[in-house]
Design a protein around this ligand. Structure first.
Ligand code: MG
Ligand code: ZN
Length: 222
C-alpha cells in the first residue's frame, strides 16, 4: 500500500498559519485575565457533532445551579438549537454562530465575554463547534478543557484524533449504555486516552439519564 504523508504546513489551511495561532494565544491570555478579574471559572467543552456536549452541559447545569451562577457560550455554525435548550433552564446564554468556521477562537470568545454579565457568573461553560480537529489548536482562555466522545463514534475515535486530548483535563466517554450494542469497549477507549495523556481524568457517562455526572463534577473539582 502507498501512504502519502503530508508535511507540516503542506496542506493549504489559512487557520494554521503560525502568526494567526500566536495572535489567538495572545487573545486567549487576555480572555483568561478578564475571566480571573471577575472570578469566573471557564470550561471549554469539545467533541464531535452528536457526542453529547449539550446534554453534558445541561446535566451539569441542573446539578450545579444551586452552588454556582452559571452562564454558557454556545458555538455553532448557524443554529441556536443548543443555546435554546440550555437557556430553557434559566441559564444566561450567548450564541456564537461561526458561519463556515469549524471551531471557536479566542477573538470570538472575547466578543462573547463582552456580552455576558461576568459579575453575575461564577461558572461559564463554552460549547465548542462539533469537531475534534482544529479546536485543539485554538485555546480560548478557559481554565479547563473537556473532550466528550461517545461509544457510538466507534472504537478508533481516540487513536484517530490524538491532538485534541493533549491539552485536555477531563475526557468524558458518553453513551456507555450503548457500548455493548455498538461493540465498543469504554475500557479500551480509556486505555487509548491514557496512552496519549497518562494523567488525564476519564469519566464514563450516560448524559441522557445523568449516570456518571457526579464523576464529571469530581473530575472537574467543582
Ligand atoms: Mg451540542
Ligand atoms: Zn476549524
Amino acid at each position: 500500500m502507498h501512504i502519502i504523508k503530508s508535511e507540516e504546513g503542506e496542506v493549504f489551511d489559512i487557520e494554521l498559519e503560525e502568526d494567526l495561532l500566536k495572535k489567538n494565544r495572545e487573545i486567549a491570555d487576555k480572555n483568561r485575565e478578564t475571566l480571573d478579574s471577575h472570578k469566573v471559572l471557564a470550561i471549554d467543552v469539545m467533541g464531535s457533532i452528536g457526542s453529547g456536549k449539550t446534554s453534558l452541559i445541561e446535566k451539569l447545569t441542573k446539578s450545579l445551579k444551586d452552588r454556582y451562577r452559571i452562564s454558557m457560550i454556545a458555538g455553532d455554525l448557524t443554529t441556536t438549537i443548543d443555546a435554546d435548550r440550555i437557556h430553557r433552564n434559566e441559564v444566561e446564554v450567548t450564541q456564537i454562530n461561526t458561519g463556515k468556521e469549524c471551531h471557536l477562537d479566542a477573538n470570538l470568545i472575547k466578543k462573547a465575554l463582552n456580552e455576558l454579565d461576568l459579575e453575575k457568573t461564577d461558572l461559564l461553560f463554552i460549547e465548542n463547534v462539533g469537531n475534534l480537529i482544529c479546536p485543539a489548536e485554538f485555546p480560548l482562555g478557559s481554565h479547563k478543557r473537556v473532550v466528550v466522545i461517545s461509544v457510538s463514534e466507534g472504537p478508533y475515535m481516540v487513536v484517530k484524533h490524538p491532538y485534541i486530548f493533549i491539552d485536555t483535563d477531563l475526557v468524558v466517554i458518553n453513551k456507555i449504555d450503548l457500548a455493548s450494542s455498538m461493540d465498543v469497549s469504554p475500557e479500551n477507549l480509556t486505555e487509548d486516552v491514557a496512552k496519549i495523556k497518562p494523567d488525564v481524568k476519564v469519566a464514563k457517562t450516560n448524559c441522557r439519564t445523568g449516570e456518571g455526572i457526579g464523576d464529571v463534577i469530581r473530575g472537574l473539582e467543582l
